[in-house]
Design a protein around this ligand. Structure first.
Ligand code: CA
Length: 231
């Protein structure tokens, strides 16, 4: 029998917390919950969970701080944030702190379950992908350690790099990246912008002049293309 994936739900609103716990137990997951930031932080840092579902507004330590602390300890721990509002500011802050994904309240339970499944699938297959990505600008990216020298990548950034590297012979459309890297079948405008936000963040990390990119280029009307060392 395969082991059940374990999910930690950190949410102070009792109705949402117990509702989420029921939904994920129903879908075959093992679920633990935390009702405030301090308990959430302690459990999230225990390393016992395959995924942490993290509300932003919490009594005690807030969700952004918890995400930050998780990342300091373990860059690979999958985290999905539940943002109270879908304002860009919240989303950008969550992504900057390294959440793998975010879901804006009020959310559709079906959507949330699909996102959780996509994040767990990506974290499960990460070990099968290329160990190193060598860019044409000389940078060598270590996929396992999510780093290149002093540069540190989020798991999502690494997934993006991996997918672009697998398709290095062609530009990849933003819609395809959303479907293959994020697992979104149907996207909205805000989500297409998510791809651009991640590409911009990646360029600031890997390009010597991010305004004139050489390693991840924009192909007008077609999408983004990565240029590897042997191209
Ligand atoms: Ca809350």
């Amino acid at each position: 029998m395969t082991q059940k994936a374990r999910i930690l739900v950190v949410e102070d609103e009792a109705a949402i917390r117990s509702g989420l716990a029921d939904v994920f137990v129903y879908h075959g997951y093992e679920v633990d919950t935390a009702a405030d930031g301090n308990d959430g932080l302690r459990k999230a840092l225990s390393g016992r969970f395959d995924l942490v579902l993290l509300d932003v507004m919490l009594p005690g330590v807030d969700g952004f701080e918890i995400c930050n602390r998780i990342r300091q300890q373990d860059r690979r721990q999958p985290v999905i944030m539940l943002t109270a509002k879908s304002s860009d500011e919240d989303i950008v802050q969550g992504l900057t702190l390294g959440a793998d994904d975010y879901v804006a309240k009020p959310f559709s339970v079906t959507q949330l379950v699909l996102r959780v499944q996509a994040v767990l699938r990506r974290s499960g297959i990460a070990g099968e992908l290329a160990r190193e990505i060598r860019l044409n600008n000389g940078l060598v990216i270590d996929s396992e350690n999510l780093s290149a020298g002093d540069i540190v990548f989020t798991r999502r950034e690494m997934d993006l790099l991996q997918y672009l590297a697998q398709q290095a012979d062609r530009p990849v459309a933003r819609e395809e990246l959303l479907a293959r890297v994020w697992g979104y079948a149907n996207h909205m405008e805000i989500e297409t912008r998510t791809v651009d936000i991640h590409i911009a963040k990646l360029r600031r990390k890997i390009e010597s002049d991010p305004s004139n990119p050489r390693a991840i280029i924009t192909v007008r009307g077609a999408g983004y293309r990565i240029l590897l060392a042997d191209q």
